[in-house]
Design a protein around this ligand. Sequence first.
Ligand SMILES: [Zn+2]
Length: 483
Amino acid sequence: MRSPLSLLVPALALLLAGCDAAGDDQGPIVSEADRAFGAEQHPQLLAEFGGPYQAEESAYVARLGGKMADAAGLDGQCTFTLVNSDVVNAFAVPGCFIYVTRGLMSIVNSEAELASVLAHEIGHITGRHVQRQQNRSIWRGLGVLAVGILTGSDRLTRIAGEAATYFTLRYSRKSEYEADDRGLSYLIEAGYDPYAASDMLNAIGRQEEFLARTRGQDEARSIPEWGRTHPLTQNRIERARDEARKTGVAEDELPENEAAYLKELDGLLYGDDPAQGFVIGRRFAHPEMRIAFEAPPGFTLTNSPQAILIEGPDGLRGEFAGGPIPPGGLPAYADRVLSQLLKETAADPGEPRYSTVNGLPTLFLPVMVQTPDGPVALSLAIYDAGDGHAYHFILISGPSTPPAAATDALFRSFRILSETEARSLRPRFINIVRAGPGDTVRSLAARMASENKLARFLMLNGRAEDDPVKPGERLKIVAYSAR
Ligand SMILES: [Zn+2]
């Protein structure tokens, strides 16, 4: 299948070289310095983004990524990681570290489509769109990050969102088109249907539409979806089809490997991971820890393996986490949280206040920290959850007055989950099912273990409501067991 196309690929490469203004005098695409930088960011990004997804699908992503890196002439120079997050995203970090979420995998319908996303991200690397950069976080200005870096406090740099720059980086339209074009040439070089790239953009578009219809406005997450960082327009989708047509490869002349992909996808975790707890809009619930809280409007929550990251209005940032209570009780717990966060930096604790929140003994503690750029206010709330275990919020705000009412509502929302509530939060998985003779889109959608059954079924499978279902056809549903 590859031989008739090998003529085409150099032509495309030539075309691309023409629009690469940067030229070839900048040394290797993936420099040693970039690789060292990427390796340093890698654990921090994973910690903030949901951790690696540890299952067979990870090896599949790494294998497919390796194949696409070969096609781009970066043999063995890239690292591909499947991230345990249900947010639909993929991103590239200098050093050719490329990440794709299981959320993105769930909306993809063929190996060629997934390959096109990986090829697009590689295109941002070879197009030199991804640069090592200083974080533009407001915390650098406030000096909080400076304290984090000076003291080597991983937690503080994580709260300040240092690594987040890469998955919130928004590309220009010019960079998007260039990454699309480069990706297309890698897709063909690897032997995949070039039309898969526009199919993939369509899948992203469907998912964005689905989210817009089903999610409230203040439920936006601080981790953006792929469509927001890689601006998606109708024009871009049409352009991807035009470019595929220009390659002269007929549609379906090259394989998409749909069946192989769906086989890999079968049993993939869908939605939140119960081991990390559930973020449902502004609510957080952890069925194993049996705890829950709710942030006021204007806040966003991001789940990560170690903590929930909290972003509020006026640059308010913080985390929610827990741990065993040391012998000194809640005051000793507070000391430990502060010393982990601030290391040697001097802090000035205010008057502690003891209270009860939803039946739990609670310690509130305000703290002022002097940074090179002036004072920063911390607010702690620590709850004794029984069994020697405590949970805490720590919020960091700038010199402007912290939003006291909102902070108070957050602090007062922490509670223990009832057994019934905990039982209702179960993991869900993608199941690949074969349509039976009498099946319709509606009968299959009715089997979905989710809200918005029909809309979600159509979105996941790239179907319209009146599309006929062929008996024996493989389709995705969401179910409570992995099978
Ligand atoms: Zn892009």
